[in-house]
Design a protein around this ligand. Sequence first.
Ligand code: ADP
Ligand code: MG
Length: 994
Amino acid sequence: MKNLITKIFGTKHERDVKKLMPVVAEINEHFEKLASLSEEQLKAKTEEFKKRLAEGETVDDLMTEAFAVVKEVCRRLVGQTWDVVGLPSTWNMVPFDVQLIGGVALHEGKIAEMATGEGKTLVATLPTYLNALTGKGVHIVTVNDYLARRDREWMGKIYEYLGLTVGVIQNQMDNAARREMYKTDITFGTANEFGFDYLRDNMAQRAEDRVHRNYHYAIIDEVDSILVDEARTPLIISGLVEETTVHDRYREMRPMVETLVRKQTVLINDMVSKAEKLLEGGKSDDEFETGTLLLAAQRGAPKNKRLLKLMKETGVKRLVTDVESSYMRDKKLHEIDDHLYYFIDEREHTIALTDLGNSQFSKEEQKLFEIPDLSTMLSELEGDTSLTPEERQKKADQYYSLHAERSEKVHAINQLLRAYSLYEKDVEYVLQEGKVMIVDEFTGRILPGRRYSDGLHQAIEAKEGVQIEAETQTLATITLQNYFRMYEKLAGMTGTAETEAAEFWEIYKLDVAVIPTNVPCVREDLEDQIYRTRREKYNAIIEEITEKNKAGQPVLVGTVSVEVSETLARMLKRMGVPHHVLNAKQHQHEAEIVANAGQRGAVTIATNMAGRGTDIKLGPGVVDLGGLHIVGTERHESRRIDRQLRGRSGRQGDPGSSIFFLSLEDDLMRLFGGERLGGIMDRLGVKEGEVITHAMVTRAIERAQKKVEAQNFAIRKHTLEYDDVMNVQRKWIYERRLAALERESIKDEVVELIESVLDSLIEQYCPEKEYPENWNMGSFTEELRKIYLLNLQTKPEDIPKLTRESLKETVLKAVTTYYNQKEAAYGEPIMRQLERYAVLSTIDRHWRDHLAEMDELRTGIGLRAYHGGMGKPIDLYKREAFGIFETMINTIDKEIINLVYKLQVNIPEPTRSERRRQPSMVATHADSTGMGLTAPSPVMDPTGSQPANPMAAASQAGNQTTQTIRRTMPKVGRNDPCPCGSGKKYKKCHGAGE
Ligand code: ADP
Ligand code: MG
């Protein structure tokens, strides 16, 4: 039925494209007319367009003409040769009609889905030129530094021909270079660089250190990998935490955890043996017991090799699932866990010590990680009248630090357990030169300098016995989602967006437009080949490659990890098949290697994204051999990534084929589709060594993928929901900070604060509804002394006569006088600097702590909601976050004033040391590693440990140079309002003498 309708009316996308045909005709009409223009006349179009924009026309009005101009420039460049990333390249592209349509979609702020090899790089030039005419800057976002440079050098010619300026941001650039790049009309760079620059701008100590100019229009290339894959975790800039005892904690606990892991292994092996025996017996009465044993084994060591082997036997997986469901229904899973030392729930991302595990420690040790019940202790303390308030405060502080210390210990144990049970060397990470290095799930590349967050990296370092490196503290963070939402207009392009269209719409309000290919795609996507074991699967893959290779047909093998790449490479070597492997060790050449993957006889093994963005052209004679053959070695958790792999073949109407080899031991199957598949295979009577290809199995796999996709979407949405709360606060803080940084004077703000802080003190200590006798004059006086350095003396007999008004007046007069005297003594310029420093340093310090506090709150909320059924965690979080933020603002206000009063004149010093500290910062973008297991799960972690949030250093904080050049203050016009905030004109106020 559905098919019939689309047959008659076409899909929505086809109809949308049809609607654009008149626009394409219009562009081409303009284009025809441009041929007769001289070079000068063509170049003059830019000025003409700019003028028309200034006179009130819009970019929409200019679209068809501007696109035609770009097309004409392309035509004129044909045959010209220039260097692109060091290689001479001859221009041969004039946009096809489908490319014009893609350009329109991008201009309209949509995602253009265009297959690989359709020439998206060129498509982007059309809307880029048009939107850059506004002078507000266009950012073109690429997936890596290499592609940013390539596209800048490749496409830059068009813009420069038309008189626009072009820049590219590279990871190692310093601030000054970056700022120049952002000043250009069109700036290329990676999402991480753009995002980190935003964060660093908001940590700048001087206005002139900021690099961004505008967030006007961004076109994101490979938009799905950036807005979906990378968006699972936020960008983080962190600095070292002073305390160094963390190292010791992991080292100290390692032996205990190791003992526990060993004990658990013995236990699990025993369980598995018992289950094996029962299975051999084959009595149906024993089934439940067998299932229970295996379920326990699974919860105790999900990656145990013998267990995994057993699970592959006919019906076993189904049995375990049934038993699990029955325990879950009765809410009795804990009965299973009681037999273990610790348990792991892969789906829930939890890991925790059980009572049995706990009892393995000595009584003393157990005490060390017993987390005290803070709220009860504090409320008891509250009621303890035998203590003075000071003593109570001291006690409370002790409780807090005890609680923190114990929580950290438990956290360390959990992270160590995680490191031992879920993180395997050479899969999730590798050891190189005594360092634990993360392997990127998507690219399979080693990520130098990146670290898992939250102590997990330290735990792995402890496990491997290498040097444990210092833990860092978050200084600034933002999700990519909230970064890109700042742009006035956003657009994206990719070969694979459709499966995630709902998410693009929901999160970014981005529509997906599917653009037809220039030439129909004839690639043949073959049916999946499914085996029981990995070993059988690998053998079949090698056979496939060898066979194609004998005929000379090029093969591109896609893998999900470096380990698989290397296994296959070893096997191919034994067979004497020459091949290239793309992984961390060769990534500088990977673009060149991939470019040659279409040559006769080429065998290329590449992890998911290695070499993405590079065009694979077919070599001579390869068309007759059937084109490029793609071999997938495992299903990825997202269908989109599989489509990407297939899409590398069959570009621009080339012949080609793709096929996936799968096994029941693959992670995806194991976790999400296993029981169902095992059942299907049993029913079909598949025996060891046999391959099956069956639509039912393929559908089951797709269902499993959809399940994981939905789960990952939920995780991203979740991360975003929490970041949204933070986003409001971040904007508020950054705006206030920016004002302090950029305004010549913030005297008005300070003067206002002097009064409002006083008001709040009066409100707090001298409430209106109380008689003056009952006011807390002691604390009030104490606060005045602390904040304003004011020594207020009130004779006891005078107190009853006080009014709030008179009190305020007296104090305000005194503190204002002091302020004015200080200003007069130091001079205005220094006073202004001092105020600026007071605001910046106070905001930065508190914001840093706030970030940590919000993190804790989030984990805590998850816990409480999990146990207490206190409504949706996010609502709870919002409420509490608001309270914490409000308190912080109050404290900030007080501290700013206090600094203004307290600081002595040598204040530039701290500013400088502050700046010196910055090179030790690392910009990190956490990456999701593994089968969704390690993706951050901000709540629902009943162990109380924070979620494994694998994180990674993407770029060094761009060399913050410590220049001593002072910006000359912009001059205030005589008729402008006076910067002191008096409201008077400058000439009548501070400018009177000039
Ligand atoms: P995509 O990013 O869509 O995968 P690219 O931008 O890398 O594709 O371009 C793929 C190849 O297609 C390029 O090498 C380019 O030579 C070719 N190409 C793109 N557009 C045209 C065109 N209009 N005419 C001729 N060749 C083109
Ligand atoms: Mg591309």
